[in-house]
Ligand binder design. Structure first.
Ligand SMILES: Cc1cc2nc3c(=O)[nH]c(=O)nc-3n(C[C@H](O)[C@H](O)[C@H](O)COP(=O)(O)OP(=O)(O)OC[C@H]3O[C@@H](n4cnc5c(N)ncnc54)[C@H](O)[C@@H]3O)c2cc1C
Length: 508
């Protein structure tokens, strides 16, 4: 890598330069650089600017759940968020396929499921040592409780999906807009104080215990005292190419995040400075087919029946494959760009609608036309080639077999259905590219989300969830963390419950 990317890399390059030709000027510059560094310090501030029982870093699904529940339980809570609003997280552009079992929605749809059945699925399908069953024991009842809590607050389920290999449909598609609005509202109603544009920079310790956070607000340093605990809910490192390169290699480091660019691994650097342990570094972020002009994944749209074409107007993959297969095929198309082509019937699918709205709400570029020729002209691809491709696809659907790429189903409201023709205008399109899902490596945590050091001891006062804390529950046998958004909420909730019950570190 030759370019400067991220603070860590800049600093290392800088130190190398210093070793070669150190000077007074360079030393001054280094001190200035250090003041912005992310890590930990045992120097207590002369004065705390803010104080709360619980200090939460990051306002994604994990942070907001933790903050809202701790405040509901009577704790004072301050949340520090790097972005300008709660809409900058990966949670805010996630598909929100919420994984749990035994829900009222499953019952309504005649799906016989329960936490016990889900546990049996894990037991029957996980090789020895693959799962953390103490985390699963907490995850099963808490995820169910949190799902019903979200529904009680007005969140709706658009469909329930079965993950390949799973014995029951358990992925409840909620879409991001409503859950994010509801969680933020819960934070506000319960009196959480939120400081936006305030990235946490350093954990502050006293007698080996985390007692506060040094943060930056509009270029100034602010000190936030945490009487009972600090939660790292500040995302993974999918927005940090150097960390991606270091932990997952060259190809993932080239891809942009499908979610937020704010997640630059700050929480890792802060916790590592205290000796925190990390695990599941072997799970690289899987590639995703993402909007090219907004944040978020696009598969919910074309899985409902549309196709993907490259800049030459040609199909190149089975559009009902996994994101990984689709994204890898997309990455080698001209300019790494493809276009979704769908008709109005396919767009009216509830999951497709959620996906379309997610990109529209971020001002992503969307195309709509009454004819395919017009659509092609808007996008800038050859109309003759596009019409030929769609006619060929429709003929394959009529013949009952996609002999070109082997597509054998589409998803209607997340349920497998026969292929359908693209024929009822208006027609819709947007550009997509291969991106990274968030990173999955995380700090070692226990069922109460306490962070552990490399010697196996809890770091007093420090908690982690979501992309920061390793939940350790995977889709057997796939190397992927199963309950991403659900896990962020579950262990954020667990941290909140545990922290609220702790004494303040400086209590008499
Ligand atoms: C496009 C997409 C689709 C997805 N679909 C699904 C799905 O359907 N189901 C599922 O289970 N999972 C899905 N995921 C994964 C899931 O969204 C994440 O696992 C989940 O959002 C993680 O939540 P979080 O709270 O840990 O992180 P985030 O939601 O990313 O929140 C982290 C927050 O921390 C902030 N931050 C960063 N650094 C700092 C700092 N130093 N100080 C303060 N704040 C900071 C960031 O700005 C951000 O707001 C998807 C992810 C993406 C990107």
């Amino acid at each position: 890598m030759t370019q400067k990317q991220g603070g860590e890399f800049s600093r290392r390059s800088f130190l190398k330069g210093l070793a070669v030709g150190g000077s007074a000027l360079a030393s001054t510059a280094m001190l200035a650089g250090c003041s912005k560094e992310v890590g930990a310090t045992s120097t207590l501030p002369e004065k705390w600017d803010y104080e709360a029982d619980f200090v939460v870093l990051g306002m994604g699904a994990g942070g907001m759940t933790a903050a809202a529940w701790a405040a509901k339980d009577g704790a004072s809570v301050i949340a520090l968020e790097k972005g300008k609003s709660q809409l900058e997280s990966s949670s805010a552009v996630s598909a929100w396929e919420f994984v749990t079992a035994g829900t009222s929605t499953q019952k309504e749809q005649g799906i016989e499921d329960s936490p016990e059945k889900f546990l049996k699925y894990f037991q029957d399908n996980s090789p020895e040592g693959f799962q953390k069953f103490d985390m699963i024991d907490v995850f099963l009842p808490t995820s169910l409780m949190l799902y019903e809590w979200l529904l009680s607050l007005g969140v709706e389920c658009a469909g329930i999906k079965t993950w390949p290999g799973m014995d029951q449909p358990r992925l409840h598609t909620l879409g991001a807009a409503k859950p994010i609005a509801v969680l933020f509202d819960q934070c506000q109603q319960n009196g959480v104080q939120v400081l936006f544009e305030t990235p946490g920079k350093k954990l502050i310790t006293k007698d080996n215990r985390v007692v506060g956070v040094e943060a930056e607000y509009q270029g100034s340093v602010v000190y936030v005292k945490a009487n009972k605990g600090v939660l790292l809910a500040n995302g993974g490192f999918e927005g940090n190419p150097e960390m991606l390169y270091a932990y997952h290699g060259y190809l993932p480091s080239l891809r942009k995040p499908a979610g937020t660019t704010n997640n630059t691994g700050d929480g890792f650097k802060m916790a590592w400075a205290l000796g925190a342990a990390t695990e599941d570094a072997w799970i690289a972020p899987p590639p995703a087919v993402a909007f090219a002009t907004a944040k978020g994944t696009a598969y919910g749209f074309y899985h409902a029946g549309g196709i993907l074409v490259n800049k030459k107007g040609q199909r190149f993959v089975n559009e009902s494959e996994t994101h990984t297969v689709e994204a890898n095929a997309l990455a080698v198309q001209p300019d790494g760009i493809a276009y979704v082509i769908s008709d109005s019937v396919q767009k009216s699918d509830p999951i497709a609608e959620i996906t379309w709205q997610r990109q529209e709400s971020q001002n992503g570029v969307c195309y709509q036309a009454d004819t395919l020729e017009d659509l092609a002209a808007q996008i800038g691809i050859d109309p003759v080639a596009l019409v030929e491709t769609v006619n060929k696809y429709n003929a394959l659907v009529d013949a009952g077999a996609d002999t070109d790429f082997g597509r054998d189903h589409v998803l209607v409201a997340n349920e497998k259905s026969p292929l359908m023709k693209i024929e009822t205008g208006p027609f819709y399109s947007f550009a997509v590219m291969a991106a990274n899902f968030p990173t999955e490596m995380g700090l070692v945590i226990d069922p109460n989300a306490r962070v552990y050091d490399v010697w196996g001891n809890p770091i007093e006062g420090l908690y982690a969830t979501g992309l920061m804390g390793n939940i350790g529950i995977k889709y057997p046998p796939e190397p992927r963390t199963l309950p991403a958004i659900t896990g962020a909420m579950v262990f954020g909730y667990q941290a909140a419950k545990y922290v609220v019950a702790q004494p303040a570190w400086d209590a008499e």
